[in-house]
Design a protein around this ligand. Structure first.
Ligand code: GAR
Length: 205
């Protein structure tokens, strides 16, 4: 059973999709903790499911690296990132760049979901940026996190059409309808061993 630490900053609909999947005993992963950089509303989904949560706020630390160390320690307390079975950290709407020390500790067992077809539209405003660029198609990417901003190896992607007159919220919700099952399926594949993150990272040009 793969142990998952899920990191969020907002509403947590991707977290809820993972919780729903993990509630099935046949799902090969279990969520052992949910962390955030802020009082994210989505933390309540974890609490409702009886899963421990923690908040580690960047403003409480002198540097991003220090914040990352405390966040890593909070995750390690739940058995992710330590021992022979290191589990997986899932950034599911965490709106922070994870610092280098954090990434090096958990890599390659560290994935992110992003609402664009990377390498297009990295960063915090992917949906807004896609609309501003006037593209007719955007989408969602699940990728391994490296030390860049949304630059790690792509695992899975789904394209989503942009419709005339879309607002940012409408387009983002259309993306999320594809994103939630894609994230669940990617985690399932990693947990089942059919998607090997170490091999993906090693194959990187
Ligand atoms: C998701 O669409 C995720 O891809 C995005 O935040 C949303 C969180 O939704 N993440 C980023 O933009 C990271 N750059 P949720 O809170 O409903 O799961």
């Amino acid at each position: 059973m793969l142990k998952l630490a899920v990191l969020i900053s907002g509403g947590g609909s991707n977290l809820q999709a993972l919780l729903d999947a993990a509630a099935n005993p046949e799902f090969p992963a279990e969520i052992v903790c949910v962390g955030s950089d802020t009082d994210a509303p989505g933390l309540e989904f974890a609490t409702a499911a009886g899963i421990p949560t923690f908040v580690v706020r960047p403003a409480d630390y002198g540097s991003r690296e220090e914040w990352g160390q405390v966040l890593a320690a909070a995750i390690q307390e739940h058995g992710v990132g330590t021992g022979p079975n290191p589990g997986l950290v899932v950034s599911a709407g965490l709106m922070r760049i994870l610092p280098g020390g954090f990434v090096r500790w958990f890599s390659p067992q560290l994935i992110n979901t992003h609402p664009a077809l990377l390498p297009a539209f990295p960063g915090a405003h992917a949906v807004r940026d896609a609309l501003a660029a006037g593209v007719t198609e955007t989408g969602v990417t699940v990728h391994v996190i490296d030390e860049g901003v949304d630059t790690g190896p792509v695992l899975r992607q789904i394209a989503v059409p942009v419709r005339a007159g879309d607002t940012e919220a409408e387009l983002h919700e259309r993306i999320k309808r594809e994103e939630r099952p894609l994230l669940v399926e990617t985690v399932r594949e990693i947990a089942a061993g059919t998607l090997d993150l170490a091999a993906v990272a090693a194959a990187r040009p």
